[in-house]
Design a protein around this ligand. Structure first.
Ligand code: IMP
Ligand code: MG
Length: 178
């Protein structure tokens, strides 16, 4: 594993994001919604840097894997999410890869009639996007490598690393190493 973003870089980046959000949402009914599970570390660090009244919630997005090794259709579960009607929603995710997750979550949340929806991601992988949208806030652009730590997992491991590291090809199963 090689470290891509150190604890210090992450701390500075999250502080920068919190500053942008604090300016943008003054006097607005802000609900910060983290996409489970990858956003939990960012969510916890971020909200403690924002000095505004706000609400916090989570929404689950995951792709079902059947017998095939490819990710299946994306399933979004908003049962855990508090009411966001007439609120300014800021969606938080760990990484913007193809962009399909964020796009799908936005389209489902839109049906719940929030006042606005914007998005912030910790990482954006360069050259991977297949959707016609960009997050409103990107903390770090990274090369197209498989990364773990600070909430991001590989087969549910490594979320607790306090830094972001890239896994080398030999550390990945063939199905993910393509
Ligand atoms: P997207 O829908 O392709 O943008 O993928 C977003 C989701 O894929 C993220 O929330 C992560 O759960 C997962 N993901 C994409 N790239 C990586 C990575 O490099 N490491 C860990 N998870 C990743
Ligand atoms: Mg995720």
């Amino acid at each position: 594993m090689k470290t891509l973003l150190s604890q210090e870089q992450l701390r500075d980046g999250v502080r920068r994001l919190a500053g942008e959000i604090s300016l943008e949402y003054q006097d607005r009914p802000l609900s910060i919604i983290g996409i489970l599970t990858g956003s939990v570390v960012l969510l916890a660090d971020l909200i403690r840097q924002i000095d505004l009244p706000l609400r916090v919630g989570v929404i689950q997005a995951r792709s079902y894997r059947g017998a095939a090794t490819r990710p299946g259709p994306l399933v979004v579960n908003s049962e855990l999410m508090p009411d966001i009607r007439d609120r300014d929603v800021l969606l938080i995710d760990d990484i913007f890869d193809t962009g399909k997750t964020l796009l799908e979550v936005i389209s489902q949340i839109d049906d719940l009639r929030p006042r606005s929806i914007r998005s912030a991601v910790l990482l954006r992988k360069l050259g991977r996007q297949t959707v016609d949208m960009v997050p409103d806030h990107v903390v770090f652009d990274i090369p197209d490598e498989f990364v773990v730590g600070y909430g991001l997992d590989y087969q549910d491991a490594y979320r607790n690393l306090p830094y972001v590291a890239a896994l080398e090809a030999h550390e990945l199963n063939e199905e993910l190493a393509e």
